[in-house]
Design a protein around this ligand. Structure first.
Ligand code: M6R
Length: 359
């Protein structure tokens, strides 16, 4: 039931702060220690490389997972698009461990990979929102997202829940491997900050609605740009916009734009810079500037600690490793309001199904 909401998507965006609190209470103890299956952590600890597999938004959550597992647990991590992995036969390490990300647990492309993984007797973990789904039943280990049903075709709370679970898992694995950075990372406290931060962004809906009306509804093309972890969020942000508002959007590594794609910038093309990482903030700012001088209408989604006077949307400060949990929220809302103001069916965009059960 959507209750007072015109569309499930808005309801699901609104539910994200509670999902973060729920993950903190289910998967961490009051002391801040992760509360994760010890056998799972032990199996992951034996692995020399993690292979994350997913499609669409789940693949994008995997890209964030790579950063988390590599930084907090110091384990090399590859992320694969399920439909590519299944037929490419990539070279595997000696002791691989597979992580499947899937909201529905029914994505055929991901399942095809899992069937192969099982045929080789490799161990796996499925992180999903749906208990007893196919990917849930067929993996060695499972973790649930506890996000509640996601009805809107555009995935929102599943993305943030997947990143939340990955962060908890990376912290647990990092601690098991005695990584100082993991020991010092207070995931329980951070998820609390994320929940409050998400709410603060959601409370700014009207500003985002205005922005969508003015700049995104008339656009036929848009860009999200960023570096590192912000680049991964730019991919997810662009997917959201394409999927429900039919604005052709690209997520881009901000430094790569000038190597060709900048030719697409015209008068008024919206370009949004995602800026949450201290090391690369100024670089992305100058890449934005390059597009502005070619006529782009530029905007920023900036972490508070890095904010400057003219920034468009300032998001609260959290640990730099988990900023996607906040930086994606304005992008979800931009997509939502662009679609809504164009009079489209936000929850059921054309040509798409909620879960893709064909390869
Ligand atoms: O259920 P899954 O997470 O496996 O689904 C994967 C993709 O089909 C899904 O994320 C899709 O990209 C969404 N519609 C994006 O909003």
């Amino acid at each position: 039931d959507k209750g007072p909401y015109p569309y499930y998507m808005l309801k699901e965006i609104d539910e994200q702060p509670n999902v973060m609190r729920k993950l903190a209470s289910l998967y961490t103890e009051e002391s801040g220690k992760p509360n994760v299956d010890a056998e799972l952590i032990n199996a992951m600890k034996q692995a020399d490389r993690l292979y994350i597999v997913g499609a669409g938004t789940s693949y994008h959550a995997g890209l964030v997972g790579k950063k988390l597992f590599e930084k907090l647990a110091h384990v090399p991590t590859e992320v694969h698009i399920a439909s590519e992995f299944a037929y490419e036969n990539p070279l595997l390490s000696k002791k691989p461990f597979f992580i499947f990300l899937s909201q529905s647990g029914e994505t055929a492309d991901s399942r095809e990979v899992l069937v192969n993984v099982n045929a080789h007797n490799y161990e796996s973990l499925t992180i999903t929102n749906v208990e007893n789904s196919t990917l849930f039943r067929e993996a060695t280990y499972t973790m649930l997202l506890h996000a509640g049903p996601e009805i809107s075709v555009a995935s929102t709370k599943a993305y943030t829940a997947q990143i939340g679970v990955e962060a908890i898992l990376a912290k647990a694995l990092g601690e098991a491997k005695e990584q100082t950075i993991a020991e010092e990372f207070d995931i329980r406290q951070q998820l609390g900050l994320v929940a409050t931060g998400m709410q603060a962004i959601i409370d700014e809906k009207d500003t985002i609605d205005d922005l969508a009306k003015k700049y995104f509804v008339p656009a036929n093309r848009a860009f999200y740009i960023g570096r590192g972890i912000d680049q991964t969020v730019s991919l997810e942000s662009a997917l959201k916009l394409k999927e429900i508002s039919y604005v052709q959007a690209e997520g881009f590594a901000s430094g790569e734009l000038k190597h060709g794609t900048i030719a697409l910038i015209e008068e008024g093309t919206p370009v949004i810079g995602i800026i949450t990482q201290k090391r690369t903030a100024n670089l992305t700012r100058s890449n934005l500037q390059e597009t502005e001088s070619r006529g782009a209408a530029t905007f920023t989604i900036v972490r508070k600690g890095l904010a400057e006077k003219d920034d468009t949307l300032v998001i609260p400060d959290v640990n730099e490793l988990i900023t996607p949990l906040l930086s994606v929220v304005p992008a979800q809302l931009i997509a939502y309001f662009t679609s809504l103001n164009k009079g489209l069916d936000v929850d059921r965009p054309r040509n798409l199904a909620k879960s893709v059960t064909v390869e």
